[in-house]
Design a binder for this molecule. Structure first.
Ligand code: DC
Length: 214
């Protein structure tokens, strides 16, 4: 097994950009597991599923899904869906469907295959606790609720989307609650993860802090 670095934390803590840069500097591949959950959500939505669907139906639909992630791009049955998974709607449904057991079981195996090929930086919510409990190094990135809402607001505005600060804060709180209170693989810090608060840190500073620990 190659080396695995896990980076977990709530949405808006800066994980994706930081994890990608850490991977680049170290020559590791980067695995964005949020993108995998988003792709599953997009696929289930395309199949017409809503929030109240039964586990059995999810499990049977997932049998027809071939999911891949390569060079930062996400594919559903060979089609590049990297743009389509970055909408607020799919963000919402990825959080909803990620609480469902068949979805987590489906992605568990897929995620574990990545480090078989190459050293990997794995970013998500349960990398250090469930998917790679024996990882080489573990990090937990956090930031205050207000700062994470502010980042979400700026990100959506720069993408041309209409949103208010209040709505961004509400979104962040809702997502935190759902991601950390679910029964299967809830968001929590692994005991052996190094905690980094990025509230008043720039991206480069956070990357350096991680590299320093390595
Ligand atoms: O990091 P993100 O916003 O792209 O993740 C989308 C959703 O996927 C997030 O609300 C929770 C879920 N997720 C998860 O449950 N476990 C992971 N390892 C990664 C993401």
């Amino acid at each position: 097994m190659n080396r695995v670095i896990t980076i977990d934390g709530p949405s808006g803590a800066g994980k994706s950009t930081i994890a990608r840069l850490v991977a680049e500097r170290l020559g590791f591949q980067y695995l964005d597991t949020g993108a995998l959950y988003r792709a599953v959500a997009l696929y289930l939505r395309q199949k017409g599923l809503g929030e109240d669907v039964r586990d059995q139906e999810i499990a049977s639909l997932l049998k027809g899904l071939i999911l891949s992630f390569k060079d930062g791009k996400t594919f559903i049955n060979g089609e590049d869906v990297s743009g389509q998974i970055r909408t607020p709607e799919i963000g919402h449904y990825s959080s909803v469907f990620s609480a469902r057991r068949p979805v987590r079981e489906f992605l568990l195996e897929i995620q574990r295959r990545f480090p078989e090929v190459q050293d990997t930086v794995c970013e998500g919510r349960d990398m250090g606790t469930v998917v790679f409990p024996g990882a080489w190094r573990k990090f937990y990135l956090d930031a205050s609720e207000e700062e994470r809402a502010r980042r979400r607001y700026l990100q959506l505005r720069s993408a041309g989307k209409e949103i208010t600060m209040e709505a961004a804060l509400r979104d962040v709180r809702e997502r935190d609650l759902r991601d950390s209170s679910r029964d299967v693989a809830p968001l929590r810090r692994a005991e052996d993860a190094i905690y980094i608060d990025t509230t008043s840190m720039g991206i480069e500073e956070a990357v350096k802090e991680i590299l320093r620990h390595l």
